[in-house]
Design a binder for this molecule. Structure first.
Ligand SMILES: Nc1nc2c(ncn2[C@@H]2O[C@H](COP(=O)(O)OP(=O)(O)OP(=O)(O)OP(=O)(O)OC[C@H]3O[C@@H](n4cnc5c(=O)[nH]c(N)nc54)[C@H](O)[C@@H]3O)[C@@H](O)[C@H]2O)c(=O)[nH]1
Length: 145
């Protein structure tokens, strides 16, 4: 059976700026283990847990951002499929805006750094083409709104 993880592409709009896609920054977290790769907050689905509940729980655990601080954006969810140590993995990402853009991010031991990055920088940090495509799809979704 495939590993399954769920998370949120969290974005914020810069303070004092007009609502425009060019003023958007995406949150990426850098793991404190392995290759120190960067991803949005996400993690494995616990047995019996609903996918969206996992995404919210992991975002709280890994970034300190709770459901009350996030506005989930309608009509966006993306599924990534890749292999981890020879096993297939599925990752579902929803999209959410941090309501108060100056809210502090609080990391857990799983991550050593975080970055609020505009689209191009976020894609450069993400590295993986499927995650880059997902970030770009999220950006297009926000531009179209
Ligand atoms: N010491 C140690 N401990 C680890 C390690 N590994 C895990 N732990 C432990 O597990 C806990 C994490 O538990 P959760 O938070 O619930 O899970 P996730 O958030 O799902 O986190 P993971 O890190 O398991 O999974 P991925 O992010 O998926 O990375 C796995 C590999 O997939 C590649 N990869 C990553 N992203 C993409 C992508 O978007 N696209 C593509 N194409 N490829 C991608 C990349 O090659 C990467 O190396 C930690 O607390 C540790 O205890 C490790 O290497 N060393």
């Amino acid at each position: 059976m495939a590993l399954r993880a769920c998370g949120f592409i969290v974005f914020r709009r810069l303070v004092g700026s007009k609502p425009s896609p060019s003023n958007i920054e995406y949150l990426l977290l850098q793991t404190s283990y392995g290759e120190h790769h960067w991803t949005p907050p996400k993690g494995h689905v616990d047995p019996g847990e609903d996918d969206l509940t996992t995404a919210l729980r992991e975002t709280k655990e890994e970034a300190g951002l709770g459901a009350e601080q996030l506005q989930v954006i309608d009509g966006f969810v993306q599924e990534l499929r890749y292999e981890v140590r020879g096993r297939p993995k599925e990752v579902l990402y929803w999209l959410a805006e941090l309501k108060d853009p100056v809210t502090a991010v609080t990391l857990s031991d799983e991550h050593q750094d975080y970055r609020w990055a505009p689209l191009d920088e976020a894609c450069a940090l993400a590295g993986y083409k499927d995650l880059q495509d997902t970030l770009r799809a999220a950006h297009r979704h926000l531009e179209a709104k």
